[in-house]
Design a protein around this ligand. Structure first.
Ligand code: SF4
Length: 345
């Protein structure tokens, strides 16, 4: 593997030990990893947040999955990094995350509360293939029997099946996979760095085959691109056939940062939709209540049709062996008001 040492990275927030490396291999071409030694890892969700959890762990900042609609983009500006392509390719890696987490979980003041992962950026993005921080993080949580949940679009989670199972023997563990739609053409342009939707269905299938129940955050549902009843039904049907235990739909949000990036993508790929988006998001970041209700109702109806229960936002399910018989055919929490904590994975 070839890499170029670029010297100091975003040291203002992370200290002068930061080392930046740019890779020149096919797997990581064009990407720069800023390796930092974080000072703290377990973050409290800001007060006033809608998130149904209080604590998060994020070993990375920035995300090579590069979803156009990602509303963690704005958090990159806090590091003086670009929120567009910079968010996709300038990844901050907290290389000391596992050891730091062990120390923080051992503090007398820590009460063993639920920790949510994958809430800001995807902890199973491509960088994880190189840095392998999650095995140490999962082992630390397992050893302290600390409840946790993981939300991801990444197939790399399958590498850690055994650790997930071990953790589930001693504490509550929730696993959710994010699949908002099946359309391959849409996927290629709007989620260009993610595993294809059918590969994420394979993840659900494999988790289930190993006795690990998995919920699905069906997000984002993209207005006028992936929201017809036929499209919603096909997605829910595929999720059910893959073995999803629950499905939680979430319509697209367009917060500042993500909004500009998404609308410029829309102008390039679907310019005729711009006026309709202007009207739908005229009042801010959220689609109108009637629209959100329509999506939720239809997805829940299809989930019932295909024999999977609707998920409750933010629920953490204890991983357990699934029943051997078929289920009959066949996440995610409300986002916070603060910009730093939850992302549509
Ligand atoms: S939405 Fe999730 S997977 Fe996509 S870029 Fe953002 S953090 Fe990564």
């Amino acid at each position: 593997m070839r890499w170029e040492h670029l010297g100091e990275g975003p040291s203002a927030l992370f200290g002068t030990e930061t080392v930046s490396r740019r890779f020149d291999t096919p797997e990581f071409r064009g990407m720069t990893f800023h390796e930092v030694r974080a000072r703290s890892l377990v973050n409290r969700v800001p007060g006033g947040s809608r998130a149904p959890f209080a604590w998060t762990v994020n070993p990375y900042r920035g995300c090579s999955h590069a979803c156009v609609y990602c509303f963690a983009r704005r958090t990159h500006s806090y590091l003086d990094l670009d929120t567009g392509t910079g968010f996709d390719s300038q990844i901050v890696v907290k290389v000391n995350a596992p050891e730091l987490l062990r120390r923080e979980l051992a503090r007398p003041a820590w009460r063993g509360e639920h920790i949510a992962m994958g809430t800001n950026v995807d902890c199973y993005q491509r960088a994880e293939g190189r840095y392998a921080l999650m095995p140490g993080i999962l082992a630390a949580l397992r050893d302290r029997a600390n409840p946790f949940s993981v939300l991801t679009k990444g197939t790399l989670i399958l590498r850690d099946l055994e650790l997930l199972r071990q953790a589930a023997e001693v504490t509550d563990v929730g696993v959710s996979v994010s699949v908002g739609f099946l359309d391959r053409e849409l996927w290629r342009t709007v989620e260009p760095g993610t595993p294809a939707p059918e590969r994420r269905l394979d993840v659900i299938r494999t988790l289930r085959a190993h006795g690990i129940g998995c919920g699905v955050l069906m997000a984002p549902v993209l207005p006028f691109l992936g929201d017809t009843p036929e499209q919603l039904r096909a997605t829910v049907r595929a999720l059910a056939e893959a073995g999803a235990e629950s499905v939680t739909p979430l319509a697209l949000h367009l917060r500042p940062g993500a909004r500009e990036w998404y609308l410029s993508w829309l102008a390039r790929h679907h310019p005729r939709l711009l006026p309709r988006y202007d009207r739908l998001y005229a009042n801010g970041a959220y689609a109108p209540t009637w629209y959100q209700r329509r999506i939720t109702r239809q997805v829940h109806e299809f989930a019932t049709e295909f024999g999977i229960g609707p998920g409750r936002p933010g629920e953490a399910r204890r991983i357990r062996p699934v029943r051997s018989e078929p289920t009959g055919g066949s996440g995610h929490p409300e986002p916070p008001r603060q910009p730093t904590q939850l992302t549509l994975l």
